[in-house]
Structures are given as structure tokens and as C-alpha cells.
Design a protein around this ligand. Sequence first.
Ligand SMILES: [Fe+2]
Ligand SMILES: [Fe+2]
Length: 366
Amino acid sequence: MRETIFTVPIDKTGWKVQDGSGAVQFSWNYDSSREQLLNLYEKGKRRQWDAKIRIDWDLEIDHSNPLGSSDEMIPLFGSPTWTKLSQKNKIELRRHIVAWQFSQFLHGEQGALICASKIVQTVPELDAKYYAATQVFDEARHMEVYSTYLDKLGLAYPINPNLKSLLEDVLTDSRWDMTYLGMQVLIEGLALAAFGLIRNFTTNELGRTITAYVMQDEARHVTFGRNALKDFYPQLSSAERQEREEFAAEACLSMRDRFLSEEVWATLGYDVSECVNWMKNSPGQIQFRSFLFMRIVPILRDIGLWGPTIRESFEKMGIIGFADTDVDEMMKDDEAQANAFDKRRVNQVRETIAAAESDSPGLDLT
Ligand SMILES: [Fe+2]
Ligand SMILES: [Fe+2]
């Protein structure tokens, strides 16, 4: 809608509502249109899906190995604790690790739902409000998917205290860009890398399908945060950018050092400090945790948070090399992989119908 048709110029009728948690901003600029954000909004609308229809919930979970992953993917593989475990213990461990991981995905999705709805309220531009509204619904669907999955698995964990504190930091900051930075760039960037490991290196069809579909949406969410911040950060003073850099560097360090699954080790009655020690020091685990930053590092560089604070911190963490990762290429691949899962499902349905028809010619399958 053209702003020229208003009876009073819109710059005279701006409106912010203080709601206690931050400023809720209305925008009367219904014509605001940054092409990239509007394209993303259009894509977000077209890509809505129904978790009950798109996913075949009849696919089985093997409770002795829910994701169909190799021993090497178990964080304690090769550790002193691992050598003491019986076959039965190892089966139990696998199930608990998947339950813990997917539970954190579920709680993180709820955090994303709340952050996206907060962005709808606080971001000044209307194109960003439009897009964030599609994200709100995406995140609700992701919660539906993960909670259905956990029900099927029959085991769930509460929110990890470190995830809780990170979400609290993001949610209590009233500045809209901090919500984007914390959620769309850092938490979702880390989640995308973790999802990628499941989609690419496990074998259970249900777990992989869910992950591929969620990733297809998440890639859009990260792009949204990236585009919005890329426009905004050059407008900030260097002191303001420095504050964001310090927040991002600190959050990355805490995500690397604190997500050590202690709740699982405690629940299973393992020696928690022995397990944590292994998680912190084994070369395989260090490499695994570095991999989780593959998408975050190039995006921080791209949005202009790339001063000495971040660079030095990433050098120390051994993840600076990810700065040149081609994130656009990875996002394209996320899209293509989700489409491949769709194609497989369509083919399966067609084959089932064809088989039923050949078994009972003339059967009405409509
Ligand atoms: Fe999500
Ligand atoms: Fe998301």
C-alpha cells in the first residue's frame, strides 16, 4: 500500500508501546519492501507444510539404535566409561543420547517460536514483521514434529541449563537485533550444523526425514537474520558493534564448552566428571564441537561482526578456518536434500498404490 494515500504523513504518526519486556513497534509503512526480505517472505508462505501429512509417522524407530548411527558417533565411544559398558548398557546409552539431543531441539524450537514472535513485535520494518510471522508458524510446526518424535521414542529430557541461560540472555534483551543475533544467527546456526550431522551421517529414515524438513525451514530463518543484520550493523557505532561481538564470542565459547550432556551421564549413573573430562579433552569430541560452528563463523563475518575480538576468539577456538565456508551453497543443498526426501515419499506412495491395484484390479483407491 502506498504511503502517499494516508491523510497524515506516516512520519508524524509513529507509535511505540512499552510493554515491560521492550518496545513494541508499529509500522505504518505498508509499502516497506526490501526485495530480499519480501522474497524470503513469499518463499516462507509457499513452503508451509503439514507435519501430519508430509511425514510418514508409521516409519519405525529401532529402539536399540533410534537413529541408526555407528558407534563412532556416540560421544563416549572409546572413553574409559565406554569400555566398562555391556551391550545392554550401550543400547540404553544410544537411546538416552538421542532423547537428550532431540529434547534440546524441541526446547530450542520453543525458544525460536518465542523469539520469532518477539521479533514480530519489536522489529521496526514491516517486511521483517511479515517474514517473522511465517517463522512463528514454522517453529510451532518444528515443536510438533520433535514432540511427536519424542513420544514415539518414549523418553525425553528437560531443558539443558546452559541452553536455558542462553535463551534467557536473548529473550531479556529488548534490542531487536540481539534477538536476531542470539537466535537466528547463533542458536539456529549451531542447530543447523547439528541437524546436518544427523541428516548426513545416520540411517534411520524417520529421524533423517524430520531433520531434512526442519533444516529446509531453518536455512531460511538463518538467511532472514543474516539479511536483516547485514543491513543494520553498518549503521551502528563501533562501540555498539563491539558489544555485539563480545556477546557473540562469549556465546560461542559457552556453546562449545558447556553442552556436554551431563544430564545423560547423571541419569545413567555414570561417573559424570570422568565423562565430562572425556568430552572436553578427547580429540574426536573437540573436532566434533568445532564442526558445530561451520555455519556461524562465515555468517558473523558476512554481517560485519568481524573485528579483532571475534577473530581472536575464533582463532583460539580453532574455528577461524570456517570463515570462507560457502553458506549459500550449503543452504541450496538443504533445499535440494529436503526435495529429495519428498520425491522418495511420493515414489513410495505411488508404488504402494500400484501394488494395491495389481493385487486387486478394479479396487477404488480414491
Ligand atoms: Fe525451528
Ligand atoms: Fe528456526
